[in-house]
Design a protein around this ligand. Structure first.
Ligand code: 1BN
Ligand code: ZN
Length: 350
């Protein structure tokens, strides 16, 4: 088993913190939710366009779900493009701030109760990252059994894995590493606003994930750590959590991530069962991937069973665009967004 994490610990001091809460509003379909007429990926063994039995117009007060809504990959793609169009979402940049504002607005539009959790984090190089986690609650009155879905929205400041050394100081677009997970969750939020799953679901868009450095585990996932360290005081502890990271790449595959399987084998099995039921088992091979020090580890460390759906195979590594300038929208595969998003909706509404 190959391990992708460092051994050393670095101080990621939190200097200041504050939380604000926005009001809930009813969501509506993303008006511009069709970026193109391309057909998103068909499920295994099915014709394109016939994926699933969902209706787009369920009542917002439905309780138990008899059918699973259809995940609109075109809408997810638009959500991805909107992020990328702001430019690299490096903490402290204007693009980062504008993206955060857009995410808050979209989550409110879906009908969620939205909280902005602001904090400053000191990165490994001493840079103070003015950061904001964005936390959206569906059915906030349900106190137990809540499902947390998360993804990071910040992007890496350096293309330090680029094969061309002259590009390694450039920031990345983060179309896959960052925007893809957020896009799937924004489309999921839109679906939750249309059809109430009948239980508590939270969506957490975390900040300050990707400002890390080799061999310093605590230099990564600072936003997730901040959330995990403060969730009990806020009454926000979930029963289980699913992290999406790099869920839009070409030829993506999502084997079991090591820490996920150690901490939450049952949740992992349930998610993969849902993926199979949705017709997307081929994206989720029943093999062990590597260990990735990602946002979910911060929740696991606080006792939350959490899994990471991440395109990482120890034999092939991450997607070849990982932390390179090629992590751009041209290398996004809508079929991958569809496979992960539909599997997630199947899990939610099963
Ligand atoms: C995931 C995406 N990660 C960063 N971008 C987590 C990670 C941390 C991956 C350390 C490799 C090493
Ligand atoms: Zn990254």
């Amino acid at each position: 088993m190959q391990k992708i994490f460092g051994a050393l610990v670095v101080t990621a001091a939190i200097l200041t913190a504050g939380v604000s809460c926005g009001g809930a509003r009813n969501g509506s379909a993303a008006g511009d939710g069709t970026a193109s007429s391309e057909t998103a990926g068909a499920p295994d063994g099915a014709a394109a366009g016939s994926a699933n039995n969902g209706s787009a117009n369920g009542s917002t007060t439905d309780a138990a779900a008899a059918s699973v809504p259809e995940f609109n990959a075109d809408s997810a793609y638009v959500y991805l493009k909107r992020q990328v169009d702001f430019g690299p979402r490096v903490p402290n940049s204007e693009a980062h701030r504008k993206t955060g504002d857009m995410l808050v607005a979209e989550l409110k539009r879906s009908g969620a109760q939205v909280h902005e959790q602001r904090f400053d984090a000191t990165a490994f190089d001493g840079t103070v990252l003015h950061s904001r986690n964005i936390f959206a609650r569906f059915n906030p009155e349900k106190e137990t059994g809540r499902l947390l879905l998360l993804a990071h929205y910040d992007t890496r400041p350096w293309a330090d894995q680029d094969p061309d050394e002259s590009k390694r100081k450039q920031p990345i677009d983060g179309a896959n590493d960052g925007a893809s997970g957020v896009a799937v969750l924004l489309e999921t939020a839109r679906q939750l606003g249309i059809k109430n799953p009948g239980y508590g679901i939270d969506i957490l868009l975390v900040d300050a994930e990707d400002y890390g450095t080799d061999n310093q585990d605590d230099s990564w996932a600072m936003g997730a750590k901040y959330f995990a360290d403060h969730m009990d005081a806020k009454g926000w502890r979930p029963a289980k959590a699913i992290l999406l990271d790099m869920v839009g790449g070409r030829n993506a595959r999502f084997p079991y991530e090591y820490f996920s399987q150690q901490a939450a084998p049952e949740l992992n099995a349930q998610f993969r069962q849902a993926a199979g039921a949705a017709g997307y088992a081929s994206y989720f091979p029943q093999t062990m991937g590597g260990a990735v020090t990602d946002d979910h580890v911060k929740l696991i460390e606080q006792g939350v069973p959490a899994i990471d759906i991440i395109d990482y195979d120890p034999r092939q590594g991450f997607n070849p665009t990982w932390h390179t300038v090629s992590d751009n929208i041209g290398n996004i595969d809508k079929a991958t967004l569809k496979a992960v998003g539909q599997s997630l909706l199947q899990f939610i509404y099963k």
